[in-house]
Design a protein around this ligand. Structure first.
Ligand code: SF4
Ligand code: SF4
Length: 453
């Protein structure tokens, strides 16, 4: 079945959500291509959620591709590795894609650096659960869906909790992005292998692979593969709807259960993992390859040659865009990630980091600088919110700076999917105001906690 074949019918889904134009055709048939090495790599120490890694190298030190150059600094932290053979040219403070500056390590590439060919598998069969968690942390693996949450923390099942289902997220519901799609089409064996390795330690009863129905080739390839396994893995086609790939929405669609406010998927005995992350697990244990590269969709109507690229972590974004032919004269905005949740990127002189799932170049037509009008109480945002929040009221309260009152409307549950902003005919920047409100409320809670200790 090709990617353009008829979508599977009667697919499952969640309530509410939106249907933005997909734009997947720009890159969903582009095979993953390898980014050639560049002269220098910049590796911020804080690429993941949690404590930044601790540098292990000094200026002038020679390093090998895959060598650990920074260690985890605590449990919620991961190691960092060199993507090339080279020399540490600088340890300093560098610009990051988030727009801030962070300590990091610069590596000048050895012109004779080669891609690793010697495979040194890690013997996971002899590891206990603790050893497995420590190995994943040491491999620098984080969630590759964009959040960059340390995977070993997610895989550490707390006392009293149980993982009954592993749920792989292959939805990739953000418009334009196709890296997960290509990963499923080109590395299906690694995905199944990663599930089986992970399940040696989690001992779940079953795994699901959730895929939006607009990826029929991935659905077919993985369905054929899972049929050969004794461990039950079910490929579940889901309706094409945003934000289908959000953890809570996926669980609702597949299990018909709602993750309650303030709770996590594990409270329903579910562990959710991105397909790229599970591939990274397989590659580490089978080949000894730590997380030194990731697949990035580089796309957009204002990019000359959209592509899916296997990029060494630390590569300058400018070089990746050049590999894809550069931007057109129509380019109006660059985003990191998809158009719904992606962040506007002001500089291309920042590196690709572990959380970079996409680089999106939008043209003038897709960039709408809305004039903001008053709320007309049309209720469209309420109909769109997948969490059944009340964006109308939260928007009105945010306008008045009534942050505490927003708590009563569960603003902290909002995961900033932007469905409400997308449908608002008055151009009200709802999600932006919820982001601000959550930041203020978090800071306030932290201050109050400090005061009481
Ligand atoms: S951004 Fe928040 S409030 Fe708006 S639709 Fe998404 S979850 Fe609901
Ligand atoms: S969609 Fe916009 S205009 Fe309509 S109720 Fe929500 S905030 Fe108001």
């Amino acid at each position: 079945m090709s990617a353009t074949a008829k979508f599977p019918q009667n697919t499952l889904t969640f309530s509410h959500g939106v249907h933005p134009e997909e734009f997947k055709e720009l890159s969903n048939q582009c095979k993953i291509q390898r980014m050639p090495f560049v002269d220098e790599y910049t590796l911020p120490l804080g690429q993941h959620i949690g404590a930044p890694s601790k540098a292990l190298v000094v200026k002038g030190q020679k390093v090998k591709r895959g060598e650990k150059i920074a260690d985890a600094a605590g449990f919620v932290s991961v190691a960092l590795h060199s993507p090339v053979d080279g020399v540490v040219s600088e340890i300093g403070i560098f610009d990051t894609p988030k727009g801030d500056v962070l300590p990091g390590i610069k590596i000048k590439t050895d012109p004779y650096s080669t891609q690793r060919t010697v495979e040194t598998p890690v013997d996971f069969e002899s590891l206990d659960a603790k050893g497995f968690i420590s190995a994943v942390q040491n491999a620098g693996i984080v969630g590759l869906g964009g959040a960059a949450f340390p995977s070993h923390v997610k895989f550490s099942i707390p006392e009293g909790k149980n993982c009954k289902y592993i749920m792989l997220n292959g939805c990739e519901c953000e418009p334009f992005l196709t890296a997960d799609h290509r990963t499923m089409v080109e590395y299906p064996e690694a995905i199944i292998d990663g599930i089986l390795i992970l399940n040696r330690f989690l001992k779940a009863e079953k795994a699901y692979i959730a895929i939006e129905a607009n990826k029929p080739d991935a659905i077919e390839i993985l369905s054929n593969l899972v049929a050969k396994n004794s461990f039950p893995i079910e490929v579940v086609p889901l309706k094409v709807k945003y934000p289908q790939g959000a953890e809570k929405m996926m669980i609702s669609a597949i299990l018909g259960k709602e993750v309650p406010s303030g709770k996590l998927p594990l409270d329903l005995e579910v562990l959710v993992c991105n397909v790229g992350t599970i591939k990274a697990i397989s590659e580490y244990f089978r080949k000894g390859l730590p997380l030194i590269e990731r697949i990035v969709t580089v796309t957009g109507t204002a990019l000359k040659k959209p592509a899916n690229v296997l990029v060494p972590i630390g590569t300058p974004m400018r070089a990746v865009i050049e590999l894809c032919g550069g931007i057109t004269d129509d380019a109006a905005r660059i985003l990191l990630g998809g158009p719904m949740m992606g962040a506007v990127q002001k500089s291309l002189d920042v590196p690709v980091v572990k959380g970079t799932s996409g680089i999106l170049v939008l043209g003038q037509n897709e960039v709408r600088d809305f004039e903001e009008y008053s709320c007309i109480r049309c209720g469209r945002c309420v109909d769109a919110c997948p969490l059944f929040l009340n964006p109308t009221m939260m928007g009105l309260l945010a306008k008045k700076g009534l942050w505490d009152e927003m708590l009563e409307y569960n603003v902290m549950d909002c995961f900033e999917c932007a469905s409400c902003s997308y449908v608002c005919p008055s151009g009200i920047p709802l999600v932006q105001s919820f982001r601000v409100a959550k930041g203020i409320l978090r800071e306030k809670a932290m201050r109050e906690k400090l005061k009481s200790t």
